[in-house]
Design a protein. Structure first.
Length: 480
């Protein structure tokens, strides 16, 4: 096990290669046979749930191995309680733990006694290091240092100096600070993450192409309010020059809704991101027609999250026509949503005050020590809910505007279809549809009703647990 691999060296650092060499030398000297080897890299000794460690424990428990050998006892663990529990599992299965450096063999009473003493020392060392790190972080944040290797877009970091007022402080980037300010203004006006990502890419902020899913994280970073933070309630609200004010920052956190826009992009499929495979809940991918087969939406079957047990495929024309038909029946008098031109100043002020109250108690470690962790967590949860409610009041409250004069919803849909404005049609459908699930066909007969395979979930009908970009999601079936 190596806690932190990146670039470390020196006599105090025991590399993965060195640890393997020590274990092999010991095994050769005492005629042990190593049947498997592995490592857990970039994992703290205080974490007992580790992939390789868990696998080796299972091998010993099932009788496939006689024990586990480590180069040094603190490579096994640095937490006394967790380590002893793991060793108990090994010994109950008749296994042995061997530590090369300390020459500990847990099969003897003396070895078990010494092992317990050394685990206690390892846990003390871990806690001491943790306290020193917490103190160092607190001191750095108090001096206004942004504790991270990465400099946020829109800022530059000054060099290390002996002057506490300038030592590694963030300062506005002359080239990109204005771009970041405009990004927050765009978000406050309700523009989409896609538009903001395109703007960032166009102005060369950061490296490479910006994806829309990165935008919310940038907008939520309080570094742009002038804050330096480092977790555990460590914060300095006036560490460096802010790029945005509190009101603009808060307004930019709103859930934004895109309006109907006319684009020249005709490659977007009408149900992209809306139609999903009922076998795994993931979005189905559009596939163009070929000489021998029609255009379809198809489950990708495999992803980094797992394998779909029942991948579905459906013809694009059939599913799109069916969904549009159901949409027109469900919303015969639908009005188009448009965003308000101005934000309610009173609601914004209440949201700002609610957030400040939440942040103040979030960082109040003195109060936490007085009322205890459980009550403090409940207080924080309550204040957070109150803040989100106030923020919702500020959020893009769409106003209902009528359809173009003399035009029905059916005529609007037909106009978008005829003009091949797929992106606009998709956005219109998405205003009323949360998701469309498609399951596999009961047979290969082509005359089966499409309605038997499709479930449309309308906006507000039911809470949906579906995959979100950047979050782990195990494939799961949707049944009806």
């Amino acid at each position: 096990r190596v806690s932190d691999v990146r670039g470390r060296e020196g006599p105090g650092f025991i590399s993965e290669k060195d640890q393997f060499a020590r274990c092999h030398s010991y095994a050769d000297a005492y005629s042990h046979k190593i049947t498997d080897e592995g490592s857990d890299l970039d994992v703290s000794g205080g974490v007992m749930a580790r992939p390789t460690f868990d696998r080796f424990l299972e091998l010993v428990s099932e009788g496939h191995a006689d024990g586990i050998i480590v180069a040094k006892l603190d490579r096994f663990a640095r937490t006394n309680v967790g380590a002893l529990a793991a060793i108990e599992t090994i010994e109950q299965a008749g296994g042995t733990l061997i530590s090369v450096s300390e020459q500990i063999d847990s099969s003897t009473p003396a070895g078990r006694f010494l092992r317990t003493i050394l685990f206690a020392a390892a846990q003390w060392e871990r806690e001491r290091i943790g306290e020193q790190w917490f103190t160092a972080r607190s001191s750095a944040v108090e001096r206004g240092i942004h504790v991270t290797r990465h400099v946020p877009p829109g800022y530059v970091r000054s060099k290390r100096t002996k002057d506490p007022g300038t030592d590694r402080r963030l300062a506005p980037d002359p080239q990109h600070a204005g771009t970041i300010r405009e990004v927050f203004e765009m978000a406050a006006r309700g523009e989409s993450n896609t538009a903001i990502a395109a703007y960032l890419t166009e102005h060369g902020v950061g490296h490479g192409h910006w994806q829309s899913y990165r935008v919310p994280r940038l907008l939520a970073n309080r570094v742009y309010l002038g804050e330096a933070r480092s977790g555990s309630g460590i914060a300095n609200p006036a560490a460096h020059e802010a790029l945005v004010d509190e009101a603009t920052f808060l307004t930019a956190q709103r859930q934004r809704r895109g309006g109907l826009r006319v684009t020249e992009n005709q490659t977007v499929s009408v149900l992209s991101g809306i139609v999903r495979c009922a076998g795994c809940s993931f979005a189905m991918k559009p596939q163009s027609a070929s000489k021998t087969s029609p255009a379809v939406y198809r489950c990708t079957k495999r992803s980094v999250h797992g394998i779909c047990p029942e991948p579905a495929t459906v013809t694009k024309e059939r599913i799109e026509n069916y969904v549009i038909e159901q949409f027109l029946q469900e919303f015969p008098n639908l009005a188009i949503h448009s965003s308000p031109d101005e934000v309610d100043d009173a609601a914004l002020a209440e949201a700002v005050a609610a957030e400040q109250a939440y942040r103040a108690q979030l960082e109040n470690m003195e109060l936490r020590g007085t009322i205890g962790d459980v009550d403090h967590d409940r207080l924080i949860a309550t204040l957070h809910r109150q803040w989100r409610v106030k923020l919702t009041a500020v959020s893009d409250r769409p106003t209902l505007s009528p359809l173009p004069e003399g035009m029905s919803l059916e005529e609007l849909v037909a106009t978008l279809q005829d003009g091949k404005h797929n992106a606009e049609l998709r956005e219109l459908l998405g205003s009323g549809i949360e998701a469309v699930f498609v399951r596999t066909a009961a047979s290969r007969r082509r005359d089966l009703p499409i309605a038997d395979r499709v479930k449309i979930v309308w906006q507000g009908d039911m809470p949906l647990d579906i995959p979100r970009r950047g979050k782990r999601f195990e494939p799961r079936r949707v049944t009806w």
